[in-house]
Design a binder for this molecule. Sequence first.
Ligand code: THU
Length: 149
Amino acid sequence: MNDDNNNETIMTDLKELLTQELVDAAKDAYNKAYAPYSNFHVGAAALTANGNIVKGCNVENASYGLTVCAERNCISNAVINGEQEFQLIVIYTEQDELTPPCGACRQVISEFFANDAPVVAVNHKNVQKIWTVSGLLPDAFTPKQLSNV
Ligand code: THU
């Protein structure tokens, strides 16, 4: 499939997948963020392969480097609840400039999501930006590499 067709398929899938329920879940997580140091609140919500919605927010620490982003907390929350496969993830902030996942989160997303799964940033004005997992982290190091050991 060429890139244009592939993007069209992703967009069609996305329209069906990205419900207001998911955006509301990401917003709800945003409202629970613990970010007293940066004051930069982030909420994430993922749709699992089973159709469940899981949430995560950023959780900072007085030892700043121990901060964990919303996306990674969202994925860990899902794994703890027995879900390891996902259809898409939404990242919610109240910034005019949309928030893409940081490098560490891109790596963790690549572990659990298909290459063509949508990663969606959305804000309080409902402005949205969509990437794919492999668009954010091409040639990711994944469990596939380890299967040759
Ligand atoms: N942060 C996230 O939670 N997700 C991102 O995609 C980018 C950054 C958090 C980490 C930290 O608590 C705050 O935003 C500022 O970097």
